[in-house]
Ligand binder design. Structure first.
Ligand code: PGA
Length: 264
């Protein structure tokens, strides 16, 4: 088993700079390999500092492909909280990504769809094919849910799972209700990359900040990998960096932490 490198950053901003370094390194590797870089983008509050740090570096991302982790099912087109829209605001525009090279699971068919729509299954398969066609993700950014989910892979998701429609847990809907007017407005279903999809990324960067993430982080990294804690799959990945702040790391056994200096 490969232990992920766990780094406790001074702050989310500090971690954001480290993520930007990792992305820059991946761009460089892709350039040397004469291929277009492929970024795996996360939504939610966690990656925002990384996107801000990246935007300030004014990297040329015009040839980068970008793939989102997940998208709600059933929101109307251009709903401000659809992940397609969130990514447009927080990443695609600030980083000057080419919108034609950005893919969201389910494509546009998940908006206004119902979760048993067969077009959604076809869109999930097409998303997997598109990812493969560009050679897979170079760097996948991940947050973690308070219940240990990554993307919308809720507890119990198979480590082999692929892009699919999934039902959100009440905990996840409650956590995400802060972005909506009320809990009732939070969709019940989503399309998500599977854990098997995420796992194929060459490098994974899992981020967590704040005390409210400490239990999920400890469950994901402090014990053996288990499908009950989807994020624990990163323990099996050969190249994962976990960036935490002190609060998110506070329940981890100290022996699993590597000194920040080791990373620098
Ligand atoms: P957050 O969500 O970044 O908004 O905390 C993370 C997640 O649910 O995966």
């Amino acid at each position: 088993m490969t232990t992920p490198r766990i780094v406790v950053a001074h702050s989310a901003e500090d971690a954001g700079e480290q993520v930007a370094d990792i992305v820059e390194a991946a761009l460089e590797t892709a350039r040397h390999g004469r291929r277009d870089p492929v970024l795996g983008l996360a939504t939610g509050s966690t990656p925002l500092a990384a996107y801000r740090a990246l935007a300030l570096r004014r990297l040329d991302l015009s040839r980068a492909w970008a793939f989102a982790l997940d998208e709600y099912v059933g929101l109307e087109a251009h709903h401000p909280e659809s992940y397609g829209e969130v990514l447009r605001r927080e990443a695609v525009e600030p980083l000057a990504l080419d919108p034609a090279r950005v893919s969201v699971p389910g494509g546009s068919s998940n908006l206004s769809a119902s979760c048993d729509d067969v077009a959604l299954d076809a869109a999930c398969a097409a998303f997997e094919t598109a990812l493969e066609a560009v050679g897979g993700v170079d760097v996948q950014l991940l947050g973690i849910g308070s219940n240990g989910h990554i993307a919308f892979n809720e507890p119990g998701s198979s480590f082999d799972s692929l892009t699919r429609v999934t039902q959100l847990t009440e905990q996840t809907r409650l956590d995400n209700s802060r972005f909506f007017g009320s809990l009732d407005e939070v969709p019940t279903h989503a399309v998500t990359q599977g854990l098997g999809t995420v796992f194929r990324a060459r490098r994974i960067v899992l981020m967590a900040f704040g005390e409210h993430k400490a239990r999920a982080v400890a469950a994901a990294l402090g014990g053996a990998p288990t499908q009950d804690v989807p994020a624990s799959v990163v323990q099996l990945h050969p190249d994962t960096v976990v960036l935490l702040d002190e609060a998110a790391a506070s329940l981890l056994p100290s022996r699993s932490l590597s000194p920040s200096e080791a990373w620098a």
